[in-house]
Design a protein around this ligand. Structure first.
Ligand code: SF4
Length: 433
């Protein structure tokens, strides 16, 4: 029975979830809901009416979460993205935005809670559950409960420490509604020490400091923002719907409220024309915010996003891996006066080893970039391919003769050389989006 297939991997061990899963589902989802509301007031009124009358249709989960929330319980408070215009983003295109009624979100929370309570009843003195007992206990689970059961099981196995609110921007809800949800979560799961959410700078900048502090007091302790760029021109071309000033204002507000801040940066988003501006302006914005985390997620252009047409027509010139390395080097070199943690935890990134706390570990983070830029083209090509097919995660993996031989063989078989490697990389990256 499929439902129980994963139990083999979870019990009796407490945590057997592959760390690599972290890299496949990410996202930073901001939006301009305030503007959206203004220009769609009548639709919003209708939407709100429909929302209040809507029937509960069972436990829901959205399609994505940040890589760092791989072990979190995902609680969906809104559906999709109300902005949905970013030219590089494929996630919610064609899907309608809505805010879920608080009562429905609470029903989801209660469904997970009741499964967790049952798991606890089955625990032995060491906190383990025998998988056969578990299977017997849940033999007659209803089809409508399967999603909640799986979410509860995954979270239970991961230790039940963190919760992530989906989808694109939970802070778009009325603060009173979000507070009600946060308090309900805390009352059901007091052991969870982290509750996080995506948010859009434009929205955060308009929330009062008092409301943000109340959210922090109610348990919201980390916000993920898709900064993408600090350059107004790059943001405008990407239709991000926010400018550098608003990004800085929102970031500072989040930190002042006592909430941890994770800012996502998108290397390559400025294309060749704006690469340098993108690197320098983004570093400057972050120097003014000093977020807790700076996370890199390199641009990929699947055929489903609006940017693809610009790319195909030649209006947007995508950076090669070599250019991306130069851009990231310039970006990190210009991060000054802050103590953020830089993380490169996405599968689309060429270098996973770019990780460290500023300012002390800056040189350590620049080292692989400089090394890559100095490599001869053939060896650099092998690293690019090895990374994109999942054999290398960092430059030092090239020292492993078996791995290197595998990559050489694959490159030969596919006919990839330093002359055509960029096209091959484009194709491979699209598969990850
Ligand atoms: S990146 Fe843009 S379009 Fe995609 S979810 Fe975020 S705000 Fe919406």
């Amino acid at each position: 029975m499929r439902l129980f297939a994963e139990l083999r991997y979870v019990f009796p061990f407490r945590l057997r979830v592959s760390k690599d899963l972290n890299q496949f589902l990410d996202f930073r989802l901001p939006y301009d809901y305030d503007d959206y509301l203004k220009s769609h007031l009548s639709q919003y009124a209708n939407m709100n009416q429909k929302r209040l009358k809507a029937q509960y249709e069972g436990f829901e989960q959205g399609p994505i979460r940040p890589p760092s929330e791989a072990y979190s319980l995902l609680i969906r408070v809104t559906r999709n993205c109300p902005w949905n215009r970013c030219t590089f983003c494929p996630v919610y295109k064609g899907s309608k935005f809505s805010i879920r009624p608080v009562a429905h979100v609470k029903q989801d929370i209660d469904a997970v809670y009741s499964f967790i309570e049952k798991f606890r009843e089955l625990e032995d003195a060491f906190g383990h559950i025998n998988r056969f007992e578990l299977r017997d206990a849940f033999r007659h689970i209803q089809p409508g409960q399967i999603q909640a059961f799986q979410a509860a099981l995954h979270w239970y196995a991961a230790g039940m420490r963190s919760i992530f609110l989906q989808d694109a921007n939970s802070l778009i809800m009325k603060p009173s509604e979000l507070l009600e949800i946060l308090r309900h979560l805390k009352s059901r799961f007091p052991q969870a020490d982290r509750i996080t959410s995506y948010a859009r700078s434009h929205t955060v900048a308009r929330i009062s400091d008092e409301h943000l502090r109340s959210m922090a007091e109610a348990g919201l302790n980390r916000i993920h923002i898709g900064l993408e760029s600090g350059s107004d021109e790059v943001l405008r071309r990407a239709k991000k719907g926010v400018d550098k000033h608003t990004h800085i204002k929102a970031g500072v507000k989040v930190k002042s409220a006592g909430i941890e801040l994770s800012e996502y940066v998108m290397p390559g988003l400025g294309g060749r024309e704006l690469s340098e501006t993108h690197a320098l302006e983004t570093a400057d914005a972050l120097n003014q915010i000093n977020p807790d985390f700076i996370r890199l997620r390199t641009l990929a252009i699947p055929s489903s996003v609006p940017l693809f047409e610009e790319y195909r027509s030649g209006r947007f010139e995508k950076l090669t891996d070599l250019m991306i390395a130069q851009e990231i080097l310039l970006f990190i070199e210009n991060l000054n006066g802050i103590d953020s943690m830089v993380v490169s935890d996405h599968i689309l990134n060429l270098f996973q080893e770019i990780e460290g706390r500023l300012p002390g570990e800056k040189e350590h983070m620049l080292k692989p970039l400089r090394e890559f830029l100095k490599m001869d083209p053939q060896r650099r090509c092998l690293y690019q391919i090895g990374r994109r097919i999942g054999i290398f995660t960092q430059l030092s993996d090239m020292e492993n003769p078996r791995r290197l031989a595998k990559v050489e063989k694959t490159s030969r078989q596919l006919g990839i050389t330093s002359d055509n490697v960029d096209d091959a990389v484009d194709e491979l990256m699209r598969r990850f989006v």
